[in-house]
Design a protein around this ligand. Structure first.
Ligand code: COS
Length: 386
């Protein structure tokens, strides 16, 4: 799947314009209002951003992974909360349905997800199951042609906006093999949302807990109509999501480098531009080299993904996506730290962009699998081959 080169170039330039003209001027409002304005969300819908990864036959734009990474890279150039509005529709919310859903489920849900009329969240994490995703306790008890869901989900991105969840619950006993993935409409009786989470950064990104109490879901809402397959669906979805996030991290690194360069050019100390000092140049050079390395890795992995989709569960691509996620998210944190350093005291002030981005990027080493989980995936795969 890929969009033809000419249409993709048009899309990319309109995305670049949108980010520069519509989103960047709103970065400060986002910090104060903790929400993305409705007119920006409707522009995003109009541009097709909610359906970037969904094939054209289901109403989406049908980008390849390489193309999607290129767009994610652009969205890394502004506050990360903007991308999060459509991020779950493009990634972890929708992809389980696309990869493992029945044709009927795809036809029923993907077109509305692609237009953004339906916001879909990914509900895996629980109070006692974060990195250890196979330990989830939310239960799905069979009752005739329904399942009754009970449990709670934590830190669910876009839950306050969601019309449905791709939700993992235990239906078939212990361990990974006992987990099923459900499509759960958010208006079912028994679903309640917690208070909005107060986070270190990424203001405007909406997350909260989701509690399920005796929620009756028709059995046909299990993705692919096959119980016990939900853990693998979740893992495949996360592999893909990690690559998307890696691209986002590379875009943010470029923005941070741009902010640092501007400051190094304009700020004068000891009678000259600070950018003329070698110790400042060393920090700029490290950031440039590392972000170049990360972006090269992301592009290579995306190309491999397009050749052999993770939906076919390809351990080599999973391992490389983990490498990309680990390296690029750690990299962008180092770049952000150097940016603050280059800005000196000014970089510690709320008014400075780099102070905000410094807080925003901290999450990247945690969500969709911590750096330590990526290390574990890489190390295990290497040992398995050996
Ligand atoms: N694609 C397809 N299948 C996969 C897979 C992948 N990427 N990773 C694992 N599986 C399969 C395994 O092959 C195994 O299947 P079999 O039992 O048929 O052999 C099954 O899933 C269980 O896998 P495994 O034994 O590796 O599971 P573990 O409990 O050891 O967990 C990790 C593996 C740690 C990798 C997983 O729990 C993980 O990714 N944790 C982080 C979760 C996360 O990212 N949370 C973020 C919040 S969600 S936004």
């Amino acid at each position: 799947m890929a969009l033809d080169a000419e249409s993709f170039d048009l899309l990319l330039s309109s995305v670049q314009r949108f980010i520069r003209d519509r989103l960047m001027p709103h970065e400060d409002d986002l910090e104060n209002d903790d929400d993305v304005p409705a007119d920006i969300v409707s522009d995003m819908k109009e541009m097709g951003l909610f359906g970037l990864s969904i094939p054209e036959e289901y109403g989406g734009v049908g980008l390849s992974m390489s193309q999607e990474c290129r767009v994610a890279y652009e969205f890394g150039h502004t506050a990360l909360a903007f991308r999060s509005v459509f991020g779950t529709n493009v990634g972890i919310g929708s992809q389980g349905i696309l990869m493992d859903g029945t044709e009927e489920q795809r036809r029923e849900y993907l077109p509305r997800i692609a237009t953004g009329d339906l916001i879909i969240s990914f509900a895996l994490t629980e109070p006692d199951a974060g990195s250890d995703a196979a330990a989830i306790r939310t239960r799905g008890q069979r009752d005739g042609d329904h399942y009754v869901l009970n449990g709670s989900k934590r830190f669910i991105t876009n839950a306050p906006r969601a019309g449905a969840f791709t939700l993992m619950a235990r239906t078939d006993g212990p361990g990974a093999a006992g987990i099923s993935a459900f499509i759960v409409p958010s208006n079912l009786p028994g679903i309640s949302l917690g208070k909005p989470d107060r986070k270190m950064g990424q203001r405007g990104t909406k997350t909260c807990d989701v509690t399920l109490q005796d929620v009756r879901v028709p059995a046909r809402m299990i993705i692919g109509n096959i119980s016990g397959r939900g853990f693998k669906t979740a893992m495949k979805v996360l592999d893909r999501g990690r690559l998307h996030l890696s691209a986002l991290a590379c875009g943010m690194a470029e923005r941070l480098l741009g902010e640092s360069l501007r400051y190094a050019r304009d700020r004068r100390q000891f009678g000259q531009r600070i950018g003329d000092f070698q110790l400042i140049q060393a920090m700029l050079a490290d950031s440039q080299a590392e972000s170049y390395a990360a972006w090269s890795m992301v592009q290579d992995c995306a190309m491999r993904y397009d050749a052999k989709p993770v939906s076919q569960s390809e351990p080599d691509v999973s391992m490389r996506a983990a490498c990309a996620k680990m390296f690029s998210t750690e990299m962008v944190n180092r770049v952000a730290d150097r940016s603050v350093q280059i800005h000196g005291g000014a970089g510690y002030m709320h008014e400075s962009k780099v102070e905000r981005f410094y807080r925003d990027v901290r999450l990247m080493r945690l969500y969709e699998g911590t750096t330590q989980i990526q290390q574990l995936i890489i190390g295990r795969e290497l040992m398995r081959r050996e």
